[in-house]
Design a protein around this ligand. Structure first.
Ligand code: ATP
Ligand code: MG
Length: 450
């Protein structure tokens, strides 16, 4: 087995070896190299202690000295170099009480979560694979190093990581590992929001986001995302759907591009449905007002997982408008673009398409055709440079003040009315027309805007 390592990684390992230490590339980078995937980052494990590592390299950062991690800076890149260690007893299912350094590579590999993540490699020694990670790569399985129950009791996050890796690699979770998850999933309640966020994002962005179903079946979502379990238990008796809200959501996730905001939007778009479901006298379900309720749930969950505000706002926008279907006229499409915001329009089209493709076949061609028409009309509106927002209006608040208006709230109301007019009639977007119109508005008490 030969693995081609980046030049800098080779140099770091060589330097450590020349100084009499052992050193290997380890973990995810080895797994991904074997699988022909592009590694995220290259981690190095070594028998050298942190101070010994620091003494060998010109530029280093103390990333986590107490855990044995030093970042070596080389050619503008950082490489984490970590001393072989044993994670002592775990206090609370989250943090090892103490970290003990060791001079034995096998001990270091033993603390790692899964066999496929517990392989090391150097040019001198080739592949070091004590726990048969190669065998499991061949079989396509995620298996704990050692006893699964013990490993999940030490660190509950590993259970979610198992599902994440199975989604990223298309692997299945080995039976005893899966059973241990089903037994211990409750421990995930102790895991910090930041760690859950990181793993959930990777799971959702993977080639198999539908592996979220495995998280559901093993009881993981019941703990970290009970809102999803409610969707799995919500039937939809309508011609537009053929499955529960949860199954529809899994299809919708598969149908959308692997982009963080898009995948999160699909996860949440119908999450408000369970709360608003109501059957009519014919037994058909209706979900009136579900987008707003979905926005509320999305907001709650995204804050709970400590997502940044930019992501939260974008996701909420897409969820709020996922069912917005304008009439096929430039006027309606301009109104839509004004509400949604130009930057979000292309993403909203992707969300709507993924949603339609995850529904029953009922009127699918018609739905897709309408969506395409809206897209075309929007393109035309853009090509013509028509005004879609306050920024693009031919007059500003300053212009109105220069025209004799008093600064104050009134100005906002007049601008609003002007924009409203221009969205209807784009050719009204000239300074001359709008100033005249604004004077009319001010002089006419009947318009009731001032
Ligand atoms: P990615 O492609 O997401 O970077 P990765 O396998 O490199 O995947 P990291 O979270 O970067 O995952 O961790 C690097 C390595 O550290 C893993 O391959 C594994 O050997 C070990 N590791 C990480 N987290 C844990 C954990 N919670 N328990 C045990 N070992 C872990
Ligand atoms: Mg990594």
């Amino acid at each position: 087995m030969q693995i081609s390592m980046p030049e800098n990684v080779r140099k770091i390992i060589e330097k450590l070896e020349e100084a009499g230490f052992e050193a290997y590339a380890v973990g995810g980078c080895i797994r991904d190299s074997i699988l022909g995937r592009q590694p995220n980052d290259w981690d190095i494990t070594t028998s050298a202690r942190p101070l010994e590592i620091k003494a060998l390299f010109r530029r280093t950062v103390d990333t986590g000295l107490q855990h044995g991690t030093v970042t070596v800076l080389l050619g503008g890149e950082g490489y984490e170099v970590t001393t072989y260690r044993i994670d002592g007893e775990y206090e609370d299912g989250r943090h090892p009480k103490e970290v003990v350094f060791t001079s034995n590579l096998t001990e270091d590999l033993r603390r790692r979560d899964f066999t496929i993540n517990a392989m090391a490699y150097s040019e001198r020694d080739g592949l070091v694979d004590v726990f048969d990670g190669m065998g499991d790569i061949g079989k396509g399985v995620i298996r704990c190093v050692g006893n699964a129950e013990e490993r999940f009791t030490e660190d509950a996050l590993r259970m979610l990581r198992a599902v994440r890796f199975s989604a990223q690699l298309g692997f299945s979770i080995e039976e005893s590992t899966r059973e241990a998850i089903a037994k211990l999933a409750g421990n995930l309640s102790k895991i910090s929001a930041e760690r859950i966020q990181a793993e959930m994002t990777k799971l959702l962005m993977s080639p198999h986001p539908e592996e979220l179903r495995t998280a559901y079946e093993t009881g993981i979502t019941a703990v970290i995302l009970p809102e999803f379990d409610r969707m799995m238990g919500t039937e939809q008796h309508t011609p537009h759907h053929f499955c529960t809200v949860g199954e529809h959501t899994l299809w919708a996730l598969i149908n959308v591009r692997a982009d963080k905001v898009l995948r999160l939007a699909m996860l949440f778009h119908d999450m408000g449905k369970p709360a608003v479901r109501a059957a009519d006298e014919k037994g058909q379900d209706h979900f009136i007002g579900h987008p707003e309720e979905s926005v509320r749930v999305a907001n709650e969950v995204l804050h709970r997982w400590k997502f940044d505000n930019d992501t939260i706002n974008k996701v909420k926008c897409l969820v709020r408008f996922h069912d917005l279907r304008p009439a096929l006229t430039p006027r309606s499409v301009r109104r839509m673009a004004h509400k949604v915001g130009g930057a979000m329009m292309p993403l909203l089209f992707e969300v709507q398409r993924a949603d339609i493709l995850a529904q029953s076949g009922c009127r699918r061609e018609e739905k897709l055709h309408s969506l395409e028409m809206v897209g075309r009309i929007y393109e035309e509106v853009l090509e013509k440079g028509q005004c879609l927002s306050m920024k693009e209006l031919a007059v500003s608040g300053k212009d109105l003040i220069a025209d004799g208006m008093e600064p104050g709230k009134e100005i906002g109301c007049v601008l609003e009315a002007l924009l409203n007019d221009v969205l209807e009639e784009p050719e009204h977007n000239t300074k001359e027309y709008l100033l005249t119109y604004s004077r009319e508005l001010r002089n006419s008490p009947a318009t009731n805007i001032i």
